[in-house]
Design a binder for this molecule. Structure first.
Ligand code: CP3
Length: 346
């Protein structure tokens, strides 16, 4: 059964008034949960997502514990490129690591189009299982945006400066555009498969886009992200476009076409709204580090986030980035209660 379109999360995504502010947390599943550590054996997360029952269970854990308004599929942004055989693994405490980084034209051959049914059927099977289990709680599917995935393929691993990526972008704009076009096609195929399997919304993670100036973003990155968002528009599900340190990019991220823009904690929601313009819903934006502070501070900070939205429709409460692994789950539990207790103007 697909979830009720009037579910608070989906209603807020459409920028319509809700009876209570919906809330979920990026990385709500994962190392902060003891029940996650209990079921997760030593293998890589890329192996864990291939185990349909395990990925289903891990996705459900935070929904059971917190009563959040949405589930997010347990997977990773590099799953599609890994499934294509690009040679990506995820190292604990490091992140994605690429055996032979992307360097020249010949590497485009290693990025053939994604055929989700043949390359990663386990993802769609997990989505189908989840939709059966979740009832009226919407499931969010996701993909990595072309830039953020490219940054791993080009750098070979996480990078602070994204220097190699920017050098390729600026030095070989033609090759860069072809790389991003391939990755856009892969993201579209991945997202379409998740929605066709039952995901009720999708989030495009461009986590590292904030490393770019607005001019670089607009010229070298935005077209590929806009291509992804346009490539799923006919499916009619809400799209969330997210990155960190994107304060200066917010207007462009909205222009790329999503229904919701994710905002990190560096820009208060009222300022973010002014930059985004009307018609765009917002998601965010409590600093995940605040959750490590004493409870009264967490509560007051959550109230500040809610107040900064100013009672406007179209606010999905979230953290400004993923849950830190050292977060006490009890804090997130209470945070959900605080958000749900917030009185929305009618
Ligand atoms: O949000 C969720 O709960 C859904 C699951 C999810 C994961 N990765 C699971 C995961 C999502 C949405 C992602 C997306 C992702 N992966 C992003 C974009 C979001 C963001 O955080 O900005 C990025 C940049 C990646 C790449 C990646 N994968 C990193 C940087 C890491 C952390 C490495 C580490 O161990 O510190 C991963 C691994 C990863 N992805 C883990 C989880 C739960 C941790 C590894 C594990 O538990 O085995």
């Amino acid at each position: 059964m697909p979830p009720d379109p009037r579910a608070p999360f989906l209603t807020a995504c459409r920028n319509e008034p809700v009876s209570r502010v919906p809330v979920w947390f990026m990385r709500q599943a994962g190392r902060s949960l003891p029940e996650y550590r209990a079921v997760r054996s030593t293998g890589s997360i890329l192996q864990a997502v291939q185990d349909v029952d395990l990925a289903t269970e891990i996705t459900l854990q935070p929904v059971r514990r917190y009563g959040v308004d949405a589930a997010i599929l347990y997977s990773d942004i590099v799953v599609p490129v890994a499934a294509l055989g690009f040679g990506v693994e995820i190292r604990a405490g490091v992140g994605p690591v690429v055996e032979r980084p992307f360097r020249d034209e010949s590497d485009l051959d290693r990025l053939r189009p994604l055929d989700p049914e043949a390359d990663c059927p386990y993802v769609q099977q997990t989505v189908r299982n989840l939709v059966d289990e979740l009832g009226d709680v919407p499931l969010i599917g996701f993909a990595g945006a072309p830039f953020t995935v490219a940054s791993y393929l080009v750098e070979g691993g996480p990078s602070r400066t994204h220097g190699v990526t920017k050098a390729l972008m600026l030095g070989r704009p033609d090759l860069w555009a072809r790389l991003l076009d391939r990755l856009a096609g892969i993201a579209i195929a991945a997202l379409r498969a998740q929605v066709q399997a039952g995901a009720a919304a999708v989030q495009l993670f461009d986590s590292w886009a904030g490393t770019l100036s607005p001019a670089m973003y607009e010229r070298h990155v935005m077209p590929a992200s806009a291509q992804v968002l346009a490539g799923v528009a006919d499916l009619g599900v809400p799209t969330i476009h997210f990155g960190v340190t994107t304060g200066e990019l917010l207007p462009l991220m909205a222009k790329a076409g999503a229904s919701v823009v994710g905002v990190d904690w560096r820009v208060p929601l009222d300022a973010a709204r002014a930059r985004l313009g009307p018609g765009v819903a917002v998601q965010g934006n409590l600093d995940p580090a605040v959750c490590l502070a004493p409870w009264p501070v967490v509560e007051a900070s959550a109230h500040e986030v809610l107040a900064a939205n100013g009672g406007r429709p179209g606010h999905i409460f979230n953290l400004g980035h993923g849950v830190l692994p050292e977060t006490d789950p009890t804090v997130l539990e209470r945070l959900v209660e605080v958000v749900h207790a917030w009185e929305v103007p009618r």
